[in-house]
Write a protein that binds this ligand. Sequence first.
Ligand code: ATP
Length: 274
Amino acid sequence: MTSPNTAPPSADGAPAAGGVPASPAPGPGPVLALRDVGWTVGGATIVDSVTFDVREGEFLAFIGPNGAGKSSLFNLISGINPATRGTVELDGADVTAEAAYARARRGLGRTFQTSSLWPGMTVADHVRLAAQAACGGSYRVWRRADAYADQVTRVLARTELTHRADTPADSLSHGEKRKLELAVLLVGEPRLMLLDEPMAGVSAEEVPALTELIRSLHREEGRTVLMVEHHMDVLLGLADRLAVMHHGTLLALDTPGAVMADPTVQQAYLGEAL
Ligand SMILES: Nc1ncnc2c1ncn2[C@@H]1O[C@H](COP(=O)(O)OP(=O)(O)OP(=O)(O)O)[C@@H](O)[C@H]1O
């Protein structure tokens, strides 16, 4: 895996339709490439002709008003829903027709906007179950639970949840729940992480620690991150590039500074602070 500590990609990639720079700076092939990706359901076009590349180690943040299509786009990338047009490539392989589990095996991991935890199950059991599931064949699910002890210990330490190992998920704070969702994700060692509003519901006091965890997964471990988030102050400290979704389209994709200064973006938000 290449070091993510390189300078942010320049905004001078090849422009796509509408003048949106779709590609990061030249280098090894993109880890993720979307070409003309769309999703129409029940006659409504929710995602419309989205094209961009992501290089390995990049942090790409998505913003946009409620209903702009950000989560739907993540569903198309992760395979939760199949794109109804266009192509999705992971490491140069066309995965458009692949199911979510197959994309996960290629190193793509994703969290969801709403909590996906079992309320009465402990923190350690969540991670242990994820480790068993990630192990592969179903017969392995019945391996002794302590076969995963090292992995559980390591992941809990990485997400600063060791002291909460025996706590049921529903007794955790919102920030701890988000950390546990990241812990479950990390069991699969994803190279490409899609984080859908990881700060949702998290108290202001817990945001800095969660931000730091995500930053370290990106900067120190070299993971590529795509993240939907409404907290602009969080994103500006993390993102190499900022993508703006609006009515299902990619309105802008550039460095955070360039996006914030883009009159089209400002107009689309009709004076709403970004
Ligand atoms: N399965 C579906 N069938 C029909 N419409 C859908 C479906 N899934 C999402 N939508 C609609 O697609 C639009 C985009 O939703 P999406 O959740 O992707 O937006 P978003 O940008 O993530 O919004 P938010 O910031 O509020 O999470 C919304 O109008 C939503 O109601």
